[in-house]
Design a protein around this ligand. Structure first.
Ligand code: HMG
Ligand code: MG
Length: 302
């Protein structure tokens, strides 16, 4: 049986947001801006720039408006996260026209992350999404703990399907379905994405895999078998949610690009330039870079 493969894959770069939100310290605004510009130069066309969240909860994202002002004029889609009405109002004061809301399937995780139950978040977001859509915004919904939760354990697939259907009815353009703590296995990725593809044909579906157990590339391959051709990834493999204990970084963009391009799948991203972007931000991050491609590249002295 031939492997089912897309010809092209879109990478949504989440390093400046998912990566840097989980840093111990505050990465200087200038360094973030340079990182974002270098990622664009590498061929990234969709990127999460930052989050309009409470600076008391996540001080690393306190410079969200400055980042947007410095970065939204570049070509491609610049996305920012916002968890609630206040966050969306702050986005609307900027030139950014793409918003990602985020909700956990798990109530316990959602409470810890945004201080509301899943149903309370959905109730608040439904009219806000309608308003954003009516005003020409692109809306993405990040579905956290889609397979496993650090507090509630295995999430019933039916619960994730229901929340995704609710967001689809609310009118979002895209669902980014997230393995927040990197615990899903390829059979689970294939099963959920096959059902989402069949149930929600009109929506962009994206896989967001944290690489805690080094299963992200296998999950991406399984998701492609289910017809998915969009994946979130983080240059350098940085990332993690401060309210999801045990999660490590996102799958590294360079490891995804390397695998896909070697398979003949086009990403439009230059690995050489991507490494340049990682080198720019490296002095500002506390953790070593764990991506396989980066380590091979560094040891080759390139
Ligand atoms: P709260 O304390 O319940 O907020 O936090 P509140 O509504 O009670 O308001 C308290 C104060 O915060 C008020 O100010 C508000 O104005 C202010 P005060 O009157 O005390 O001066 N406030 C805000 N300020 C700035 N921006 C806002 C905002 N909202 C209220 N948007 C809140 C609730 C949602 C704000 C908080 O829990 C929060 O900021 N959480 C964000 C957590 C976060 O950023 N997590 C990481 C991103 S999600 C993720 O990483 C997962 C993902 O990658 C997918 C995956 O892997 O699973 C996407
Ligand atoms: Mg994440």
């Amino acid at each position: 049986m031939a492997i089912k493969l897309p010809k092209n894959v879109t990478i949504i770069e989440v390093g400046p947001r998912d990566g840097l939100q989980n840093e111990k310290g505050f990465v200087p605004t200038d360094a973030k801006v340079q990182f974002i510009h270098a990622l664009r130069d590498a061929g990234i066309r969709e990127i999460e720039l930052t989050s309009f969240v409470s600076p008391k909860w996540v001080p690393q994202m306190a410079d969200a408006a400055e980042i947007v002002n410095a970065c939204t004029s570049a070509p491609g889609r610049s996305i920012v996260l916002a968890p609630n009405k206040k966050g969306i109002e702050r986005v609307q004061e900027t030139s950014c026209k793409a918003v990602a809301v985020f909700v956990g399937v798990s109530n316990t995780f959602n409470k810890k992350n945004i201080n509301k139950t899943t149903a309370e978040s959905m109730e608040e977001l439904r009219p806000l999404i309608a308003d954003l859509k009516a005003n020409g915004y692109f809306v993405r919904a990040c579905i956290s703990t889609a397979w496993h939760c650090p507090y509630e354990g295995k999430i019933p697939e039916a619960d994730t399907l229901r929340l995704c259907a609710d967001f689809s009815e609310a009118g979002v353009n895209e669902l980014s379905v997230a393995d927040t703590i990197g615990m899903a296995v390829p059979t689970e990725a294939y099963s959920l994405f096959s059902k989402l593809k069949a149930a929600l044909p009109g929506i962009l579906l994206t896989g967001h895999f944290h690489d805690t157990r080094k299963l992200a590339l296998a999950n991406i391959l399984a998701s492609m078998q289910a017809g998915i051709d969009r994946f979130d990834a983080s240059a350098g493999g940085f990332g993690g949610c401060p309210f999801a204990p045990g999660a490590t970084g996102n799958v590294a963009t360079e490891d995804v690009v390397y695998m896909l391009e070697r398979m003949g799948i086009k990403t439009g991203i230059s690995l050489e330039r991507l490494m340049g972007a990682v080198e720019l931000v490296r002095p500002h991050v506390s953790r070593p870079i764990e991506s396989t491609y980066y380590k091979m590249h560094a040891s080759a002295g390139a």
